[in-house]
Design a protein around this ligand. Sequence first.
Ligand code: PMP
Length: 358
Amino acid sequence: MKPKQSIIHLPVYQPGKPVEEVKRELGLKDVIKLASNENPFGCSEQAKVAIQNEIASSSIYPDSFSAALTSAVAGHLGVERNQLIFGAGSDEVILMLARAYISPGDETIMADETFPQYKHNSEIEGAVIIEVPLKDGTHDLDAMLAKVTERTKIIWICNPNNPTGTIVRQDELIAFLRKVPSSVIVALDEAYYEFVTDAAYPDSVALIQQFNNVIVLRTFSKIYGLAALRVGYGVGHADLIHYVNQVREPFNTTRFGQAAAAAAIGDQIFMQSCKDRNSEGRSYLCEAFDRLSLPYFEPHGNFVLVDTGLPSKQVFDALLRKGIIARARWTYYPTHLRITVGSMEQNEKFIQALEEVL
Ligand code: PMP
């Protein structure tokens, strides 16, 4: 009963502890989770109505091609419908991309450290993993380029990068894309794209018209507040998307997810209000870290990687006892915590607890 060689050493994914479990274990009444970069303001009211409207059809399979959602997103982005693919979260788009394009022995390049699913799915497909250390917390594009060989299949760029929150700028990205061979796919993971306010951030959807080998990955789990419904998408050249579609399971997104996501992208007023509140909360956290003389990477998403100066497990546990779930366990950042920007009340509670802990 041996599984395939490429998965033998893989650990089973360990998510952070859910709020209810922490409450029970520590006997706490109030627990704040700032560990998974979720939206503290929930989702659009229009998305909630859309979910309710689907309940009557719950015995019927969803539309395999997510037609209504495809139209809504294509219209929003100004792309053709055949340039889009939807998945159960962008996690599944990453999986499908690896499944469609990576053969055993192919090489795939990613930053170290970055979102772990690029490595995980590439390893399952039997790829040789080339990890390139971050430089000052951001992607070292020249070093990544230097690793390209004729076996390279996919280069993964997480922008903003999880966990550091740093960005690759438009000018650097264009210079990089010009040098990447057209046979190599560049996956630009923009899970946190909507939170970015820096004008230097790339206009990646415009870039896919120019570079056939680029796929942009986005999600409804973050600013749109629909993490529970698992909807993400990829946008790229129709030929590239076509092959990803070939490995897609027939009903990989749900009726509820499709309907809620289409309503959510139609409610840009809610999106903008989340973006504004996130910017406010992010600035509040950064100002507090400045006051406490704690270094942090310049954040562009809805989270901040901050250096507490103490072993992160110790700070994590102490915060947990005060009812705050943060994220620790970074390979290269043993004294850092990643904290999600919450509501202002949550941010204030977190800073107060951190001050007590340090
Ligand atoms: N990419 C990045 C960089 C992420 O941080 C996450 C969520 N943690 C994802 C993709 C996957 O998100 P989802 O599957 O919920 O769309």
